[in-house]
Structures are given as C-alpha cells and as structure tokens.
Design a protein around this ligand. Structure first.
Ligand code: HEC
Length: 128
C-alpha cells in the first residue's frame, strides 16, 4: 500500500513538473470557438480519456491496424485539426461515438498541451 501511495505521489509530482514546464496554457477550439483554459485536473482527465479510449488501439504491436500514437505525434495545430475535421478512419468508423463533446474537448486539450511543438524554449511566458 505504501508503495502505491509513493507511486501516486511521484506521478503527481512529475505531472505537475511537466505542467509548469511547457508553454501553452490555453487553446482556441476551432469547432466551438471557445477559449479553453487548462489546469492539472482537466489535463489529467484528458490523459485518462486518451489512455482508455485511444491507446486501447494505438499502441505498438496492436492487432487493429492502428499506428502508435502519443501526444507528440502531431503539432498543436495538427491535433486541433484531428478533432475539428474528425478525419481519422477510426472517427469515421464510429470508434469515437461513445465519447461526449466535453470528453473530446478535454482530449484535444491534453494532446494539444503536450504536442510536439508545445514547448518553446525561447518562450519566456512561463517566467510569470
Ligand atoms: C478500435 C481501434 C481504434 C480506436 C479505439 C481509436 N483508433 Fe484511431 N485509428 C485506428 C485505425 C485502424 C486507424 C487507421 C490506421 C492509422 O493511421 O493508424 C486510426 C487512425 C487514427 C489517426 C490518423 C493517424 C495519423 O497518423 O494521422 C488518428 C490521429 C487517430 N486514429 C486518433 C485516435 C484518437 C484520438 C482516438 C481516441 C479518441 C482513437 N484514434 C481511437 C484505430 C483506432
């Protein structure tokens, strides 16, 4: 039990560090035209949705014909486009149908936040 608690604390600490590190703190959602503001809780929810609804197929060696996907597979713009256009084959096949609009927005926030171009070492906006 102690090990589990320690593990959870380490995970939360690492996750918080990552959140402080990266640059983007909000996103204009092209579909709803809403400004989405992230925090640790909403990003964590997005991560859970990704793990439970997307990584079930998109892991290395799966038998669904799905490519390995992680947050850095696309740019921030690229992820917005995925959810705005819903062009992937799996979205068209109805694999996303069990997700609500709010869940898709949380998922898009998470993927955007950790996208391949999300951390800009020359952006000083993290300095506060
Ligand atoms: C039932 C399996 C399955 C699930 C669940 C699934 N996908 Fe897919 N997805 C596929 C397959 C198969 C393809 C087409 C082959 C490919 O390009 O990976 C695909 C394609 C994609 C692509 C295009 C690939 C690329 O590189 O542009 C993206 C993006 C994508 N999926 C994202 C998602 C997201 C986000 C979720 C979760 C909401 C998800 N997928 C859930 C099977 C799945």
């Amino acid at each position: 039990m102690k090990k589990v608690i320690a593990g959870v604390i380490v995970c939360v600490a690492l996750f918080s560090a990552a959140v402080v590190w990266a640059s983007a703190t909000k996103r204009l959602d092209p579909g709803t035209q809403m400004c989405r503001i992230f925090n640790q809780v909403t990003l964590w929810e997005g991560r859970e949705i990704f793990q439970n609804s997307c990584k079930t197929c998109h892991f290395t060696g799966n038998d669904q014909g799905a490519s390995f996907i992680h947050t850095e597979s696309k740019s921030m713009k690229g992820w917005n486009r995925v959810f705005y256009k819903k062009y992937p084959q799996c979205a068209k096949n109805g694999e996303w149908d069990n997700l609500s609009q709010e869940q898709l927005l949380l998922l898009n926030d998470y993927l955007f936040r950790y996208a391949q171009d999300a951390y800009d070492p020359y952006d000083a906006s993290d300095c506060g």
